[in-house]
Unconditional design. Structure first.
Lengths: 327, 333
């Protein structure tokens, strides 16, 4: 098992899938000659040529629609949207075409296309370049949503997403492309459904996904060492569908839940996870579920304000302490 | 056009007209729900273009005014009517409705209800053809008002940039719902709007099928021979309101009458009669026969077909689970 970076893992998945199947193509702004804003498609243009590695004009809705139309004929486009802030412009085609075409054609057409896009807060990119969009995508019927928290998932989820016949949105994070992690040397397909227990515990479950899994792991460490609280960390890498069975199983064990996301509440991923917990395991609970989210503001530019607007491991620790009556 | 083709197309256009008029009646009887956009008046556009192309082979995509385009590509009128009735035997299994007729096996890639939505999809189909190396072309039929969407301009740019085999047909019926084109669009001649993208374009009378056919032949040859996209504007008129709840207060009855003097079916019929290829009595018999077919086969089929089962409400949201298990569970070989 080699340690590689998140961007390298994504690049490797592209490369393997494109080498295997001539119908796999990739497209997006600056992904070809320039190699991709986050290097996720580096070298592919030289290897596969301009017909299959397509530098698009800055026309998000239409190049997304173009990829979707190509997928109707069996192509497997991997479409990079440079930032989730720009996906607003492509949502018409993502939602009205890709997510609905199988249903409204009675199963005649499908859109086996992969959308990849980084979200989250990087460093002082301001209101229009810092956003979390996964909560929007996960509410759309006909679309799968996954979000890798490490290079292994980034590699394996893209591999599975390309092969899957459903449209898949892969929510990446701008701060994670340089994260290192182990990725199997042999081909690996990460399941598109389910969740992973990143750390086992007995007293409380910290649900997270993508970057918040890392805050939760750090918080679990502190809770264990300093407060004697054993936290389980569950990685909800699939946001649509959510792993109901996995969520139930962890609650049955810990009886407490804190849902952590970089997205803002009201209306966060946590809203849905807590609703699900209430519906499916209310009588297992020993405490009211809590959520930890960003402030409900457009992202401020000022460094101090920006830091104050997004949660981190300390906010998670504080939420758990509050739940246990220790804060 | 050859004489036998003209006679065949006349017959097809009568089927299209009578089918649509029968839909109107079924809507009044509340057998059909939702929005219903009818095609009478515009028949020569779809028929003329697709006579010059290869329906069932070339890929066709359009907006919500889609019944006739589907039928012309090879969809069975019975299945289209059953779709309007929301039946399980409908072309989209009753899940689509009037605005979402699909017939993938005849390469009719669907009707879409977001104005401008099909532009990039058509270009994507053309991109797939280009990558796979076939000689099919993509044909996108849309209205005049759709050209004010960003997707129109974005797609024209990409289609020209990548030399895609796609033909854009603009059925300019002078209105987008109740807004006359000169009230919404700075340049009313739509073919003039594409020159900024370096795309070959032409305008043609959309009421005379022989003229449409000749113009479309040039367009189709251009696209099929690898010269890139083409834009064909057809000047036409829809007789009925935009959808069903439209009292047409935005235009005059005189204007409507004027256009009806240039009815696409009658133009062709009268030409065939003048050429002594048929008589008025033949034509009247044809109409009768077609009405009989529509009533006793098409409508009957729709009426007698079963409803979709409520247990299957969620079918077709995602791919059949069983077929996707390796990727859903990670247990791929
Ligand atoms: C994105 C979007 N905006 C608005 C509408 C409502 N709408 C439906 S049809 C239409 C007019 C379109 O006119 P045109 O493109 O000329 O086609 P026609 O109906 O004349 O064939 C409008 C505004 C819609 N369906 N989609
Ligand atoms: Mg119009």
């Amino acid at each position: 098992m080699a340690e590689i970076m998140y961007w390298e893992a994504i690049r490797r998945a592209h490369d393997e899938e494109m080498a295997r199947d001539p119908l796999v193509i990739c497209m997006g702004e600056d992904i070809g000659v320039a190699g991709g804003t986050y290097k996720a498609t580096k070298g592919l243009y030289e290897k596969y040529g301009p017909l299959r590695v397509i530098d698009t004009p800055i026309s998000e809705n239409s190049y997304t629609g173009l990829g979707i139309g190509a997928s109707f004929l069996g192509l497997r486009p991997i479409i990079e949207l440079m930032s989730v802030n720009f996906t607003w412009l492509a949502m018409d085609q993502m939602f009205n075409s890709a997510a609905k075409v199988r249903y409204m054609s009675g199963g005649q057409l499908s859109a086996p296309v992969v959308f990849r896009s980084p979200g989250g807060t990087a460093h002082q990119l301001g209101a229009q370049h810092s956003a979390r969009m996964e909560k929007v995508f996960m509410g759309i019927a006909g679309l799968r949503v996954v979000t890798p928290s490490n290079p292994r998932q980034a590699y394996g989820l893209l591999k599975s997403a390309v092969r899957c016949d459903d449209p898949v949105f892969i929510n990446e994070h701008e701060l994670m492309y340089n994260m290192k992690g182990e990725v199997p040397d042999s081909e690996y397909f990460h399941p598109l459904e389910g969740s992973e227990i990143s750390r086992s515990g007995t007293d409380v479950t910290l649900f997270g996904y993508n970057i918040s899994v890392h805050w939760n792991l750090k918080a679990a460490e502190i809770l264990d060492k300093q407060y004697g609280i054993s936290a389980e960390v569950v990685d909800l890498y699939s946001l649509s569908p959510l792993d109901r069975a996995g969520i139930r199983k962890s609650i049955a064990k810990t009886h407490r839940a804190v849902v952590v996301g970089e997205d803002e509440a009201p209306v966060s991923v946590g809203s849905e996870v807590i609703a699900l917990i209430n519906e499916e395991c209310f009588f297992e609970l020993d405490a009211a579920p809590m959520r930890v989210n960003s402030a409900h503001v457009p992202q401020p530019y000022n460094h101090t304000l920006e830091k104050a607007s997004i949660p981190d491991h300390e906010d998670v620790v504080n939420a758990v302490l509050k739940m246990f009556g220790k804060a | 056009m050859k004489l036998e083709d003209k006679k065949r197309v006349l017959r097809e256009m009568v089927v299209h007209r009578r089918f649509e008029e029968r839909c109107y009646q079924a809507y009044i009887e509340r057998k059909i729900g939702g929005f219903l956009h009818l095609y009478p008046g515009q028949e020569a556009c779809c028929n003329g273009v697709l006579e010059a192309a290869r329906p069932g082979y070339d890929y066709v995509i359009t907006g919500y005014r889609d019944h006739v385009h589907a039928i012309k590509c090879g969809a069975d009128p019975k299945e289209v009517m059953a779709e309007l009735y929301g039946k399980e035997t409908g072309s989209s299994k009753g899940r689509g409705g009037s605005m979402h007729i699909f017939d993938a096996k005849h390469h009719f890639m669907g009707g879409y209800a977001l104005v401008g939505g099909p532009f990039p999809l058509a270009a994507g189909i053309a991109k797939a053809i280009q990558i796979k190396g076939g000689d099919e072309i993509a044909i996108c039929f849309l209205g005049d008002a759709a050209n004010n969407q960003g997707t129109f301009h974005e797609t024209l740019n990409m289609a020209a940039l990548w030399n895609l085999p796609v033909l854009f047909v603009c059925e300019n019926n002078l209105y987008g719902i109740g807004t006359a084109i000169e009230r919404s669009t700075a340049v009313v001649h739509q073919h003039k709007r594409v020159c900024g993208y370096g795309i070959e374009a032409a305008e043609c009378d959309g009421q005379d099928i022989e003229k449409v056919y000749e113009a479309a032949k040039v367009a189709v040859n251009h696209v099929r021979s690898g010269k890139g996209p083409y834009f064909l504007e057809l000047m036409t008129y829809r007789y009925r309101g935009h959808s069903m709840s439209d009292s047409r207060g935005y235009r005059t009855r005189e204007e409507e009458e004027e256009w009806k003097q240039r009815d696409p079916i009658y133009i062709l019929r009268d030409r065939l009669i003048a050429q002594k290829a048929m008589t008025m009595a033949d034509y009247e018999a044809l109409e009768k026969e077609i009405d009989h077919y529509i009533e006793n086969e098409v409508v009957k089929f729709a009426e007698e077909s079963p409803e979709p089962r409520i247990e299957e409400l969620e079918k077709y949201v995602l791919a059949d689970r069983e077929t996707q298990l390796p990727w859903l569970t990670g247990r791929a070989a």
